[in-house]
Write a protein that binds this ligand. Sequence first.
Ligand code: GDP
Ligand code: ZN
Length: 300
Amino acid sequence: MAMEDGSEWSCRLKGNMRIRGIKSTNPVAVGDRVEVEKEDGGEEQGVISEIEERKNYIVRKSVNLSKRTQIIAANIDQAVLVVSLRDPKTLFGFIDRFLVTAEAYDIPSVIVLNKMDLYGPEMEEELWTFRATYGMAGYKMIETSVNDGIAMEQWKDLLQGKVSLISGNSGVGKSSLINVLEPGLDLRTQEVSETHNQGQHTTTFAEMHPLQIGGYIIDTPGIRGFGLVKMEMEEIGDYFPEIFKYKSDCKFNNCLHLEEPKCGVVAAMEEGKIAWTRYRNYVQMVTEEDDTYRTDEFAE
Ligand code: GDP
Ligand code: ZN
């Protein structure tokens, strides 16, 4: 345990400690803030007596105790999604699923559009569409190039003093970006592929890497992207900020914004206030019969 004065103590859990409402195989997770009582006799040894309420946490299904969940990490300030428009191109469907999951976990997302040096005039329209889509959705975005050193100061400011989870599909430049701030920091697993595979579940624990500039990067070995999120069909729209914003204009308060008459969301989309790709991906998530991405890890 890292103590507030910077020292490292080894700690054990108090025997009968339970956390209200959570059936978890691991009561304390990376990122938890805890109270420690000094253990008699021991130097820099303590007993964890209390866990502060988590502002958020991500979970995954436990390997052998299927009803239980494993809390991977807690108190995450932001989910940083690194994307690229080419070499490789990040699909909008992938971005939207990521953002929805982060919303469901109550973790604010920031989009980092990297490889800006590669987007020539022929990609102007695509770039504009990208900015409009996620700008209208209300996401904070920065545009970087590691190769040309674009917005590296902004990149630093983004991570400084925060606990960040960094994700993105393979090859978009996550390692390169991290190395700008922390040369030599090699995260074990940051790959997120865009297709859903049933992966092998292994028990792993996340780690927090401190940054020299202040702040931490959470590394989640064996876990790519987020863990499971259970979502009801009716909830999904609430995790698209711009759909949530216009749903008060719908005639029916249980409107799913599909075929219902007088739907405020469809109207907003037709007026160009919601990007059609976002709406389309919303519809796909709501109508999908295979809901495995909602009940299991969607990215492996
Ligand atoms: P990761 O898989 O997301 O960690 O991606 P890497 O950091 O390993 O980068 C994948 C490739 O993209 C490497 O060849 C990097 O040199 C390259 N790369 C990273 N950032 C940029 C960038 O801003 N512009 C260009 N043109 N290439 C980049
Ligand atoms: Zn509606």
